[in-house]
Design a binder for this molecule. Structure first.
Ligand code: ADP
Length: 471
């Protein structure tokens, strides 16, 4: 600040001006009376000194107050100026200090609220994007960036309708006025489909002026997939039951219309109807098994068994079955099973059904004279069970799908063979219940191998063996 603009200069100049005017108007009087003249000069000098001293103090205090305010603007709230006195300027200074304390408190509160909000936005699983009033993105949290496979740099300042891929159907105004509920299906970086549900909310100032839009992104892939699967499942069940029911109905109608009298065709119609009815019963019982498995509270009824003996028992049933029921083809079951016992905790009923379903498939798809090899191996923490046949195999593209409900490689032929398409689905669910893994391998032309891995703890075998020794 220039000195001639200061209070001190202006007040001094004013006092000097007043005295000068006084001298001019009283010149005659003062020039005749020397004592009066001198007294006036002393008085003027004292007035001048008082004026300079007082204005200097006021100006100093004002300067300090302005410095204090400057400190506040630089976020420095701790430093205090040394001001003494008890006048209007010191009162002003005290109030400025109080104002500073209030600002500091408000700033602290705002900062902690901001940090809290930032923490919530960073760690929440839903995505959040905020835009300005023109629809340009101003903020996106980590979840939103990962759902959209975007980086913050890439997304900021872009139009929200472009970022969400809605530009063709919606304008920013539509989002503001209609706040529609939208589900966007998109492919993520790994090539998987994800479904994201979008919720829109306006944010306004106290004046009612719209200052932007907040979009909440919620990943609903699981619900959407479950819903899609449920719809597909209902459609499949209806279709699967409708086909045999229609054929049974048409055979019964034919019999009703008089075919029952014809000894050449009646037995055939009745036997086909019986076969179809049996298949429906099998399908419904498979569906019931699956539905029981689907219940989340389903637990395996496990007991400790010697898996080697258990496997032999299951396979013996197939040997006997082919002997007694007389399969229309000769099939040999080759066993590559260790001699020593292997104790493991399993649900024997359910695991029996697993062996049953896999063996039935192996027999069903094996050629005349084919071999089915069943091998069992143990490692330090796993049991490896393989069932291989020499049948027509499964094409590579179908391998991962054969465990899906109602999936059949060759629909017409499998249905003819009485398959329900649910056997391997049940097998997969049982193995999952035992914390194991299962997969099918085949070169697509000759033979299929189903491999099962079960968790295994050799100490259990040792413990059981030791107990037996004691007895
Ligand atoms: P299905 O009751 O029709 O046999 P599954 O769920 O047991 O149903 O099997 C699903 C499909 O996988 C079968 O329809 C068949 O196409 C194929 N499949 C299963 N096991 C074999 C196998 N050992 N050899 C060839 N194809 C098989």
């Amino acid at each position: 600040m220039k000195f001639y603009n200061s209070i001190v200069f202006k007040a001094t100049a004013l006092v000097l001006l007043l005295f000068t005017i006084f001298i001019i108007f009283n010149y005659d009087l003062l020039s005749q009376n020397l004592i009066l003249y001198r007294s006036f000069l002393v008085f003027a000098l004292i007035c001048l000194v008082i004026t300079i001293f007082t204005t200097q103090r006021v100006s100093g205090t004002i300067f300090k107050i302005s410095k204090q305010v400057e400190d506040y603007t630089n976020n420095n709230y701790s430093e205090r100026k040394n001001i003494v006195g008890n006048n209007e300027t010191t009162l002003l200074y005290d109030n400025v200090i109080k104002l500073g304390e209030e600002i500091e408190k408000t700033q602290d509160t705002l900062e902690s609220q901001h940090n809290r909000l930032n923490g919530i936005l960073t760690y929440m699983t839903d995505g959040v994007i905020a835009t300005d009033r023109r629809g340009k993105v101003v903020m996106a949290n980590a979840a939103a960036l990962s759902m959209l496979d975007e980086t913050e740099k890439n997304i900021l300042s872009r139009r929200i309708v472009d970022v969400l891929g809605l530009a063709q159907k919606y304008s920013f105004r539509d989002l503001l006025t209609q706040s529609p509920e939208i589900i966007v299906d998109r492919e993520n970086e790994m090539g998987e489909y994800v479904s994201i549900q979008l919720h829109f909310a306006l944010f306004r100032r106290d004046s009612g002026f719209i200052s932007g839009l907040v979009v909440v992104l919620h990943d609903v892939t699981e619900q959407e997939t479950a819903e899609r699967e449920r719809r597909l499942f209902v459609a499949n069940v209806s279709h699967e039951l409708r086909t045999p029911l229609t054929s049974v109905k048409s055979y019964l109608e034919a019999l009703d219309e008089g075919a029952w009298k014809d000894p050449d065709i009646a037995p055939n119609f009745i036997s086909v109807s019986l076969e179809e009815t049996n298949r429906m019963i099998r399908m419904i019982s498979d569906l019931l098994t699956l539905s029981r498995m689907d219940r989340e509270d389903m637990i395996a009824d496990k007991e400790v068994v010697n898996f080697v003996a258990f496997l032999h028992f299951q396979l013996n049933r197939f040997d006997q079955m082919s002997a007694t029921t007389g399969l229309d083809k000769t099939i040999k079951i080759i066993r590559k099973i260790p001699f020593n016992p292997i104790w493991i905790e399993i649900d024997t009923d359910k695991m029996g059904q697993v062996i049953d379903n896999i063996m039935n498939n192996a027999i069903k798809y094996s050629p005349e004279g084919g071999n089915i090899t069943v091998s069992l191996e143990e490692t330090s923490n796993q049991l490896l069970l393989k069932i291989s046949d020499e049948g027509m195999g499964i094409p590579k593209k179908d391998l991962p799908k054969v465990f899906d409900r109602f999936y059949r490689v060759d629909k017409a032929r499998n249905r003819e063979q009485g398959g329900t398409g649910l056997g391997l689905a049940i097998v997969r669910d049982v193995i999952k219940l035992h914390d194991g893994y299962i997969w099918a391998s085949s070169d697509g032309e000759s033979g299929t191998t189903i491999t099962i891995i079960l968790p295994y703890n050799p100490t259990l075998t040792q413990e059981v063996e030791e107990e037996d020794d004691w007895e």
